[in-house]
Design a protein around this ligand. Structure first.
Ligand code: AMP
Length: 426
């Protein structure tokens, strides 16, 4: 079987690794990949944004399954284009990908489906937004409607902060077109949890839940990032909670997408807030695997992955997945200057003596002409630790992150602290 993975970040490295592990005989291709993916897949030098070229390549190579990693090509219709030429594509149509690419669309779907979420209103004009903010209780959240690389949501403790955020987005065009519409919503208290489900549009199979750390610095301080680390399992994920998530969130959202004539297939990612009574509220939907959540979720899937991806892509009944009991923790290593202005080109040294149970997923890396590995992006690597216990996984991840060297390396040494605190208090 020939599988093409589209994308070149840590998520795609984890996807390639997991596909290879599940089906060692697969002919694996990755466009455009990165320096780590090169060791396990044939690199196809086509950008994930070059839709025409990707479709031509997949047709010419008779690719059996294309797994689309990032949201950009999904929103641009790559899955539709592949299906139009009779090829299997894992990922939603552009119409269904709006569940991520437009927060106002997602809110509309949730309202129609009765999915619990924060009360909100969309605004295209600054004066109306400012008036709304002036009457809104604190804290509140201001979000760019469109895709902003996970950085388009600003949690504001005060109305003054919210006014500044709305002005930056609608007035100063901080996020360009992605912020020409904004959504202002109520702040939801609780604990965040990411629940991802593979779906053929009707049936779904839930993946192990994960929790991520979005802030740059230890203690969940500092600026928001694309994600500095993640872990799985999360003790919040009880069978009772999962049942609520299926009944109140995932099933109704999929039913509403079918009702609209745009069924959602691929992986539906529900970013949830779990309130004190154990009820799930949706913060956002994503239309693809999370990064870095994938780097902890897929190492816990011990079997059935490729069959499930294929079933989701082709609308067939979903086979069960085998989920392991091991824990996984991933620590992201970011470049100097991340998230604002990451510096590129620093030589990277990955020592051979990384702890047992650690896996290094590449994100922003490249090899220069002399074969030296160098930084080539904001998030450079993700060091995943896998262990029989959460503490073992956390230790392996942190130790690997400490031992890998490049100038200006930034990483958090406390990934998983919330889980440790929960386990202590229970
Ligand atoms: P988003 O880009 O929508 O995932 O938001 C990024 C982060 O902002 C989330 O992971 C939450 O930590 C926080 N956030 C977004 N919306 C809300 C909300 N309504 N209430 C509380 N926190 C939120």
């Amino acid at each position: 079987m020939k599988v093409l993975v589209v994308g070149g970040g840590g998520r795609e490295h984890a996807l390639c690794w997991a596909i290879r592990r599940d089906r060692p005989e697969t002919a694996l291709l990755c466009a455009p990949g990165n320096a780590g993916i090169r060791d396990m897949a044939s690199i196809v030098p086509i950008s994930a944004a070059a839709i025409d070229e990707l479709v031509q390549f997949a047709e010419r190579e008779r690719v059996d399954l294309t797994v689309i990693g990032p949201e950009g090509p999904l929103a641009a219709g790559l899955a539709d284009r592949l299906r139009a030429v009779g090829l299997a594509a894992f990922g939603p149509s552009a119409a269904a990908a709006q569940i991520e690419s437009s927060k106002a669309f997602a809110k509309d779907v949730m309202a129609a489906a009765g999915v619990p979420t924060a009360a909100s209103r969309p605004f295209a004009e600054l004066p109306g937004a400012l008036q709304y903010i002036d009457r809104h209780p604190e804290p509140l959240v201001v979000k760019a409607d469109g895709l902003a690389a996970g950085k388009g949501a600003v949690v504001c403790a005060t109305r003054a902060e919210a006014r500044a955020a709305a002005t930056a987005m609608l007035g100063d065009r901080l996020f360009g077109d992605a912020g020409q519409l904004i959504v202002i919503e109520a702040f939801l208290p609780g604990e965040e949890l990411s629940v991802l489900a593979l779906t053929n549009g009707t049936d779904l199979v839930v993946l192990p839940a994960a929790q991520d750390h979005k802030r740059l610095l230890d203690g969940d301080r500092g600026p928001n990032t694309g994600g500095m680390g993640a872990y799985s399992p999360v003790t919040l994920e009880t069978p009772a909670l999962l049942e609520r998530v299926r009944d109140r969130v995932l099933d109704p959202a999929l039913a509403e997408m079918r009702r609209r004539g745009t069924p959602f297939t691929g992986v539906l990612y529900a970013g949830l807030m779990i309130d004190g009574a154990g009820n799930p509220w949706v913060i956002e939907f994503n239309c693809r695997f999370g990064d870095p959540e994938t780097q902890v979720i897929l190492p816990r899937v011990d079997g059935g992955l490729v069959d499930a991806l294929m079933a989701a892509a082709t609308g067939s009944p979903l086979p069960p997945l085998r989920i392991g009991r091991q824990a996984a923790v991933t620590t992201v290593l970011a470049a100097a200057g991340y998230p604002d202005k990451p510096k590129q080109g620093a030589p990277i040294e990955i020592p051979p003596d990384l702890p047992a149970g650690s896996l290094v997923f590449h994100a922003g890396t490249t090899r220069d002409a002399a074969g030296q590995l160098r930084t080539a992006g904001g998030r450079v690597l993700a060091a995943t630790g896998i262990g029989a216990t959460f503490a073992e996984a956390q230790h392996a991840s942190r130790t690997a992150a400490e031992r890998i060297r490049f100038s200006g390396k930034q990483f958090r040494s406390d990934i998983g602290w919330r889980e440790i605190a929960r386990r202590r208090s229970s």
